[in-house]
Design a protein. Sequence first.
Length: 359
Amino acid sequence: MKAAVISLGSTSSKWTIESMEKHFSSVDAIDLRSIEVKMGSDKAQVLANGKELAEYDCIFAKGSFRYAQILRALTSRLGKTSYMPILPYSFTVGHDKLLTHLALQHFKVPMPNTYLAATSQGGKKILEKINYPIIFKLPSGTGGKGVMYAESYAAANSLLDTLTTLRQPFLIQEYIETNGEDIRILVAGDKVIASMKRKAMDGEKRANTHLGGAVESYIPNAYTKEISVRAAKALGASLCAVDILEGSKGPLVVEVNLSPGLKGITEASGVVVADKIAEYLFEQTKLLKDKGTKQGASEILKEISRKRDDATEQQIIAQLDVRGGRLLLPGVITKISDLADGGECVIKVKEGQIIIERI
Ligand SMILES: Nc1ncnc2c1ncn2[C@@H]1O[C@H](COP(=O)(O)OP(=O)(O)O)[C@@H](O)[C@H]1O
Ligand SMILES: [Mg+2]
């Protein structure tokens, strides 16, 4: 099986490629900066250095927030033919802290209270009622650089004025007291493959290693593992690092990192993280390939039964039930359609008609 890693060529990516070479027949390293996505009336094309990308069984695409859009575009196109650990929408959601918190909230992942205001006056109202200290965060900050600490209303108020003048969007978040420590959990699918604790430098609130944070080993309990896997699922990322603050309210997720550095966590956990990632990628690619072959046969059977069913397409006369603006269909419809929770579908809608089709 052939694989490719599309990345910015960091040391962590190099380690991952070396580990993947132990499993895949070949692993190509492709520079994300050389990628171009062409869209038009024909099917979309992904080019690397101007040439259409070869076919791969597995593509591991990653990069920083600056590349979120192109990562989404290229994975949307290539995800139809190759296994990919990170879904296209994850890149635009995961690289935006506001969208991340919305996704976490949707999946009921515990997180610090986080506020968003429509106007600067709205922001001031939040500052008047919130407890101090607080944190301001830029939606696309990384490495701790977009995280600002405000000890008091006066400090927060002047920060808010500055951010507003710069037309810089921001989030306001309750400050979680952890003595400058945070937890990083590396998730692969349903499992935690490594974890570590980071401790901020003296006088610093942010525990990021780029800002001098020291790493040490850490073993998460079952609950912390469970919320980390849930956070990864919320983001549609089966390989990612989840940042957690453990304060008096228990573990709270602050970030899901789609392209975590491997050095610190390898040292702190003693786990050869790159090997675990490569094993996971290989297992999943193989699973998808086997499923693909099986699916081929089952698609034919399904097609036969679909044709048979078409002749007796069932009609149900029912009264529509609309609750809170949402249409609730009778259970029998779910049963006959065989559409499952979480399955991907296309919904075609016009006045007086809805067609839902499984992708
Ligand atoms: N609400 C918070 N309370 C206390 N510390 C925080 C909070 N949010 C972030 N931090 C500190 O700042 C660091 C960076 O925040 P994070 O949200 O992970 O952004 P980044 O993408 O910059 O790493 C965290 O690892 C943690 O040490
Ligand atoms: Mg972080």
